[in-house]
Write a protein that binds this ligand. Structure first.
Ligand SMILES: [Zn+2]
Length: 171
């Protein structure tokens, strides 16, 4: 059985049909390398620029001129070496061609947000507890909970320790 929508497409490279299962039909991928190679589609050989991903679960993507421009604009470089390790959002856009509308793979014009774990907050001033050279933010939170009874940033920990000392001296 053949899926008529996939017929005539090259199954060795990423296509819009590969994103059908993704939320918003988008995927965030990290560039491993970009190189030119011979691509054979329906018996025709073409020299194409192909982008390989660090996540090998995803097929490499043939880069057309639109996506090349998007990529260069996104990271302000044309150097493939500088693009290595950069992440992109791949989505699907409707493109009009030869009087019909097609789904086309597009590099979205936004740098993907790499989610970082939220830093613990200072219970006094509400600021993020920042890591130091010696301790992570979580270690500082734990240390201040032991010392002051609640998670504090370095500044609040110092001031509340002084307050406690003053109170002890006056008492
Ligand atoms: Zn604080």
């Amino acid at each position: 059985m053949s899926d008529i929508m996939k017929m005539g497409k090259n199954p060795n490279y990423l296509g819009s049909w590969d994103l059908e299962e993704q939320p918003n039909r988008e995927v965030i991928l990290t560039i491993d390398n970009i190189r030119d190679e011979e691509v054979v589609t329906n018996g025709k050989t073409e020299n194409c620029t192909v982008c390989y991903w660090t996540d090998h679960a995803y097929k490499p993507m043939i880069m057309n001129i639109t996506n090349k421009k998007r990529l260069c604009k996104l990271y302000r470089t044309k150097e493939t070496e500088k693009l290595r390790g950069k992440s992109v959002v791949i989505g699907i856009e409707k493109v009009k061609a030869f009087g019909a509308v097609h789904d086309a793979l597009r590099i979205c014009p936004r740098v993907p947000q790499i989610r970082t774990a939220a830093l613990p907050k200072c219970s006094k001033c509400g600021a993020d507890i920042m890591p130091t050279n010696r301790m992570t933010a979580e270690q500082i939170a734990e240390y201040t909970i032991n010392k002051c009874g609640r998670p504090l940033c370095a500044a609040c920990c110092t001031s509340s320790t002084k307050e406690a000392q003053n109170a002890a001296n006056q008492g």
